[in-house]
Ligand binder design. Structure first.
Ligand code: ACO
Length: 330
């Protein structure tokens, strides 16, 4: 069974309510029908019901049984505005601004998740990553014990000798442009958790990547990864984790044996931690485009699951992301 089929089976076993703020967007409308047909979640579409139904009619999609909520006229709008104001007034948000913001489906959807009226949210077919992330960071906040929100990319590679039967977890490729050593340590621990809970990787083997292996080069960028490795060891002493390792030393058994003898991870890593967002974002795209891997992104560290789509996403991407969000919500 592929990784995504495994995730879908988990999602069906305990159905969660997932809100889709871009409710009248054509791919989202088609995805809602597919999500319901496959029993992956209870989707809720946000937006003007007339526009959503028009789009469904145009593409001959059957939305019967799918809840549509209009943030402009919902009986929750007032309560959400008041709560949003209370949450953000110390940051300078006025009651009037809160009234306006909750009528934006993105904020309304985030408030549904915050208030427990939905279990998770998927957005980004129209919104940019920053526009989707900011309200989630401001309102949902981090889960207890987590200092930061970051992301993991689940890379399903055609070469099944890599990682966990071809499955690799890459972090962070979306959120933190230039993490400190401490933030990098938190990213490593969160990615190991994602590998366990979402990908079914029972024993995450975490490599903190660099252009140096075990002191082969000296530079402040290398020192940051070394510090992050030491901190992650302190924070999660039971985790199989090592650094700093070059990409090949992390993945290829012979190179790992040569460059990092005795490492519990080198040559067999299944979770790869990139030193910054430039490396992570470029790295996942190389693996996808040149390596032919299928890739799936999730945010980690939020108190409740909210996930971002690429604006170039397909209907299948939305369906898959909803399934992953539902599993994170379980
Ligand atoms: N974890 C937890 N909280 C955070 C984080 C984080 N990583 N980053 C910001 N916050 C919080 C802040 O503390 C702040 O909270 P507060 O308002 O309650 O004090 C709030 O979020 C807003 O923070 P800002 O720093 O004002 O937000 P900013 O405008 O800098 O945006 C963002 C944060 C959106 C995450 C920014 O760092 C960003 O744009 N990251 C890159 C996104 C991106 O473009 N990724 C690559 C493309 S995606 C792809 O290719 C798939």
């Amino acid at each position: 069974m592929s990784m995504i089929e495994m995730v879908k089976a988990k999602a069906r076993a305990d159905v969660k309510c997932i809100v889709l703020p871009e409710g009248d967007e054509p791919r989202t409308v088609a995805a809602a029908e597919e999500i319901r047909r496959e029993g992956l979640a209870e989707p809720v579409l946000l937006g003007d019901p007339e526009k959503i139904r028009e789009e469904a009619k145009r593409q001959e999609t059957d939305l019967s049984g799918i809840r549509i909520v209009d943030p402009e006229y919902s009986d929750k709008t007032e309560t959400y505005a008041e709560t949003l104001y209370e949450l953000r007034k110390a940051k300078g948000l006025t009651r009037e601004q809160a009234d306006q913001l909750v009528r934006d489906p993105m904020y309304f959807g985030i408030m549904m998740v915050k208030m427990g009226d939905a279990d998770g949210l998927v957005s980004g077919a129209v919104h940019s990553t920053g526009d989707m992330l900011r309200p989630a960071l401001q309102i949902i906040k981090t889960s207890p014990g987590n200092k930061i929100v970051s992301s993991s990319f689940l890379m399903d590679c055609p070469n099944k000798s890599l990682g966990e039967n071809g499955l690799l977890v890459y972090a962070d490729c979306v959120v933190m442009p230039d993490p400190t050593a401490e933030e990098l340590a938190y990213i490593a621990i969160a990615a190991a958790d994602t590998a366990k809970k979402l990908c079914g990787i029972e024993v995450p083997k975490v490599a903190l990547l660099s252009f140096s292996t075990k002191g082969s080069a000296k530079h402040e960028m290398v020192t940051k990864v070394q510090k992050a490795t030491a901190l992650a060891h302190q924070l999660a002493p039971d985790l199989l984790l090592d650094g700093e390792l070059q990409f090949d030393a992390a993945l290829v058994p012979e190179v790992g044996e040569l460059k990092a003898k005795g490492s519990p991870v080198a040559g067999h890593a299944n979770v790869l931690i990139f030193p910054d967002l430039q490396a992570g974002n470029i790295g996942y795209k190389i693996t996808q485009r040149i390596g032919g891997a299928e890739c799936f992104a999730v945010l980690q560290g939020l108190a409740k699951p909210c996930n971002d789509l690429s604006r170039g996403c397909s209907v299948d991407d939305i369906v898959n992301t909803v399934a992953m969000t539902a599993v994170q919500a379980q």
